[in-house]
Design a protein around this ligand. Structure first.
Ligand code: UD1
Length: 392
C-alpha cells in the first residue's frame, strides 16, 4: 500500500530529504523501523520520444533494487510509430507505460501544451514524490513545467548540456527544464559548469555520468551478434532529422548531394526518420542510390554503428554513442551541446559545409581519423548512481 508522507519541510540536501521521507533518517526507535518499511517513495518517469527510451531504462532498472521505491512510466505519445517507440520498450526491457497521453505530432506550442494539459490530471491523481524527466525533447520541458507549478519535485536526467544556440528548440527545452528542476543529473563536467554559470545551486547538481551509455554497454554484446541482413561489409551510416537540415529544401538537397559523393567511395546506409522521409518526398529530392531504410530498432542500429567505418549524423545521442564505440563521427551541425565528444571523443563538427564533409571524409579514408577516449563516468553505472541519490 502506498502511504504518502506530508510534504517534507526540511531544507536539507534534496537526496537527504528524500531519504528522510522514506524513514531512513528517523533514528532507531521502533516506530521509525515500522515507518521505514511502510513508507514508499513514488517515482514517475515521463518519456515521450525515441531518445528518451534508452535513458529511462537503466534508471528504472537501478531503482528496482530499492524496495521502498514504486515506479510508474508515463508515455506522452510524442513518438507513436511502432518503430519509433514500441520496439524500444521491448528491446530495452521497459515495462509497458502505466499511462499513455497519446498526444501525437503538432507544432511545438501545440505539442507542449497538449502534453501539459494531459499530464496535469495524471500527476494530481498519482501524487508522485518525484518526477524524472529525460533529455531535451518537448515532453521533457512540458512535464517539468507541469510538476514545478504543482510543487512536485523534478529530477532532470542529462542536465546541463548546452549548445548555446537558441535557434535549436532543444536548447530552449534544456534551459527551461534545468531552471525548474530540483535534482540535476549531469553526464560530464561541462554540464556542471554550465549549470553553475546559470546560477543553479551546487547542492542540486549530481554528476552521475552518461545514462545512455548504460543501455549501450548492456546491449552491445547482443547488437554485435546481429546479422548483416544483406548490407555491405563497409559502409557509412547516416542519420538526419534536425529541422535546420531537413525542413529547408535547399539545405536538404545539398546534404543529399554530399551523401551521393560519399556513396561513390563508401556505401551509404541511411535509416531515415519519418520527418526526413516526408521531406525528401515533399521536396521531390532523389535518394534512390543511397540505401534508405525505415528507422531501426535500438539493438539493430547499435550493431550497425559498432561496425560502421564512419557515422554521419545530426543527432545528439549518436555523437556520444560513437565516442564510446571509438567509431569516427562527422556531425552535420555548426555546434554541439556535447562538446566532450569533440574534446575527448571521435566527433568532428562539419556543419552544413559540403566541402568540410568531403575533406574530413577523405582524411578518414586515408586512415587519418581522430582517435578518441571514453569520457569519465561513461561506464554503464550511471543509472545506479542516480538511484543511489534518489533512494540510497
Ligand atoms: C524529436 C525531438 C528531437 C529528437 C528527435 C529524435 C523535440 C523538440 N525534438 O524530434 O530533439 O532528437 O525527436 O527522433 O522534442 N513522426 C512520425 N512518427 C512518429 C513521430 C514523429 O511520423 O512516431 C513525424 C511526424 O510527421 C512529426 C515529425 O515526425 O511531425 C516530427 O516529430 P516530433 O516529435 O515533432 O519531432 P522530431 O523531429 O522527432
Amino acid at each position: 500500500m502506498i502511504r504518502r508522507l506530508v510534504t517534507s519541510t526540511t531544507e536539507e540536501h534534496p537526496s537527504a530529504s528524500l531519504r528522510a521521507r522514506s524513514g531512513a533518517r528517523r533514528g532507531t526507535d521502533e516506530l521509525a523501523w515500522n515507518f521505514r518499511r511502510e513508507i514508499l517513495v513514488k517515482v514517475f518517469h515521463v518519456v515521450g520520444a525515441r531518445p528518451n527510451f534508452m535513458k529511462v531504462a537503466p534508471v528504472l532498472n537501478a531503482l528496482r533494487a530499492h524496495e521502498h521505491v514504486v515506479q510508474s512510466v508515463v508515455h506522452t505519445g510524442q513518438h507513436y510509430d511502432a518503430n519509433m517507440s514500441d520496439v524500444f520498450f521491448e528491446q530495452l526491457g521497459i515495462p509497458a507505460p502505466d499511462v499513455n497521453l497519446a498526444v501525437g505530432s503538432g507544432s511545438h506550442a501545440r505539442q507542449t501544451a497538449e502534453i501539459m494539459m494531459r499530464l496535469e490530471p495524471v500527476v494530481v491523481e498519482g501524487k508522485p514524490d518525484i518526477v524524472l524527466v529525460y533529455g531535451d525533447v518537448n515532453s521533457t520541458v512540458a512535464a517539468a513545467l507541469v510538476c514545478a507549478k504543482m510543487g512536485v519535485r523534478v529530477g532532470h536526467v542529462e542536465a546541463g548540456l548546452r549548445s548555446f544556440d537558441r535557434t535549436m528548440p532543444e536548447e530552449i527545452n534544456r534551459l527551461v527544464t534545468d531552471q525548474l528542476s530540483d535534482l540535476l543529473f549531469t553526464p560530464s563536467e561541462d554540464g556542471d559548469a554550465n549549470l553553475r554559470q546559470e546560477g543553479i545551486a551546487a547542492e542540486k547538481i549530481f554528476r552521475v555520468g552518461n545514462v545512455m551509455i548504460d543501455s549501450l554497454v548492456k546491449l552491445l554484446p547482443i547488437a554485435q551478434q546481429q546479422n548483416r541482413n544483406g548490407l555491405p561489409e563497409r559502409y557509412a551510416l547516416v542519420t538526419l532529422h534536425r529541422p535546420a537540415n531537413v525542413d529547408d529544401s535547399a539545405a536538404l538537397k545539398s546534404i543529399l548531394e554530399s551523401l551521393l559523393d560519399v556513396n561513390q567511395e563508401l556505401a551509404v546506409v541511411f535509416p531515415a526518420h519519418p520527418r526526413t522521409r516526408q521531406r525528401i518526398a515533399e521536396f521531390g529530392l532523389r535518394a534512390e542510390q543511397l540505401r534508405v531504410l525505415d528507422p531501426l530498432p535500438y539493438v539493430d542500429f547499435l550493431g550497425l554503428q559498432s561496425r560502421a567505418q564512419v557515422v554521419i549524423t545530426d543527432s545528439g545521442g549518436i555523437q556520444e554513442e560513437t565516442t564510446y564505440l571509438g567509431v569516427p563521427c562527422l556531425t552535420m551541425r555548426e555546434n554541439t551541446e556535447r562538446p566532450i565528444t569533440v574534446s575527448l571523443g571521435t566527433n568532428v563538427l562539419v556543419g552544413r559545409d559540403p566541402e568540410k564533409l568531403r575533406t574530413e571524409f577523405a582524411r578518414l579514408l586515408a586512415g587519418k581519423q581522430k582517435k578518441g577516449t571514453i569520457p569519465p563516468l561513461w561506464d554503464g553505472h550511471a543509472g545506479e548512481r542516480i538511484a543511489a541519490v534518489l533512494a540510497g
